[in-house]
Design a protein around this ligand. Structure first.
Ligand SMILES: NC(=O)c1ccc[n+]([C@@H]2O[C@H](COP(=O)([O-])OP(=O)(O)OC[C@H]3O[C@@H](n4cnc5c(N)ncnc54)[C@H](OP(=O)(O)O)[C@@H]3O)[C@@H](O)[C@H]2O)c1
Length: 292
């Protein structure tokens, strides 16, 4: 349990299952008050009940679809009225941007077979960008004013090693995403829209984009770049992104090799970083890594 200071208040997105639910559990164990959010009320309430049945008391449910601005506003009002500030925002909600064609070829621990078994459509790619990228940016924008009222504000963006710059074949895109001194949010959005246009027109390769799990990789690369922009713009908010490792959850049809307990450790560590810790960094599990 925390011994000093006011009780920290955290929001976790996409927390009805998988890594998000486990993040809530581990935060609760350290004495943080957790607002467990989920897009589906019944699934979210069931998750809260599960935690309460295990002995948790400081957990509340609030509906949140990160792709729905009205839902984000309603949550912001709730946090404002209930607590008047926010200490920790964990942007964890995500989808893989594709549909599984066949379960038969999947092998535990084999990411390339997983990627080969997923087909992407334009609609799914768009949904993936909306949830993984814009879900993260809109949540940050909505909650930064409340995070600025905290003594110990932290943002954790759950990204992926799939979003490392090396996953983007186009050199000029890689350069722009990696040039944090020049990159702006407006330019980042232009790049993301260009990706969707190229996807629609069947120009992924010419455009310099990945052509396997393309929307997932681009959405996560954009989350990484956005994390650096936020860290630079708001130096008092310690903001980092992280790949939790290859964790056995629904997003990879249970082909991951780590448990959710292992996967949640890194995001929880970043949520509780002491003052003066690095900001604007990429972590792999609990280790500092690189955006490259
Ligand atoms: N598992 C891995 O190996 C791995 C590796 C790298 C990164 N990650 C990242 O880790 C994060 C958590 O994934 P996971 O592995 O725990 O997968 P998961 O079990 O499939 O959980 C994903 C969560 O996101 C929620 N979600 C999806 N769209 C949403 C929306 N529009 N609004 C709110 N919530 C939404 C899902 O809710 P529903 O139940 O309603 O669909 C679910 O609760 C994701 O960002 C993922 O990209 C995972």
């Amino acid at each position: 349990m925390q011994s000093t200071g006011p009780q920290r208040i955290a929001i976790v997105t996409g927390a009805n299952k998988g890594i998000g639910l486990e993040i809530c559990k581990q935060l609760l164990e350290t004495g943080v008050k957790v607002v467990l959010t989920a897009r589906d009320e019944a699934r979210g309430k069931a998750a809260v009940k599960k935690l309460q049945d295990e002995g948790a008391t400081d957990v509340v449910f609030h509906q949140l679809d990160v792709a729905d601005p009205a839902s984000i506003s309603t949550l912001r009002e709730f946090i404002q009225n209930q607590f008047g500030r926010l200490d920790i925002l964990i942007n964890n909600a995500g989808i893989n941007g594709g549909e599984l064609v066949s379960q038969d070829t999947l092998v535990v621990g084999d990411l390339s077979r997983l990627a080969a078994a997923i087909v992407e459509s334009y609609e799914k790619a768009q949904e993936c960008i909306d949830i993984n990228y814009y879900g993260t940016t809109e949540m940050c924008k909505a909650f930064i004013p409340l995070l600025q009222l905290s003594q110990i504000p932290r943002i954790v963006n759950v990204s992926s090693s799939a979003g490392k710059l090396q996953r983007i074949p186009g050199e000029s895109i890689r350069k722009e995403l990696g040039d944090i001194n020049a990159l702006t949010e407006v330019r980042l959005e232009e790049l993301v829209s260009k990706f969707l246009d190229d996807f629609k027109e069947g120009r992924l390769e010419e455009g310099g984009w990945p052509n396997i799990m393309s929307a997932y990789k681009v959405s996560k690369a954009a989350v990484c770049a956005y994390t650096r922009i936020i860290a630079k713009s708001y130096p008092k908010i310690i903001t980092n992104c992280i790949c939790p490792g290859y964790v056995k959850t629904d997003i990879n049809y249970d082909t991951g090799i780590l448990t959710v307990e292992e996967g949640a450790k890194g995001p929880v560590m970043l949520a509780l970083l002491p003052d003066g810790s690095p900001s604007g960094q990429f972590y792999f599990q609990t280790e500092l890594s690189s955006f490259e």
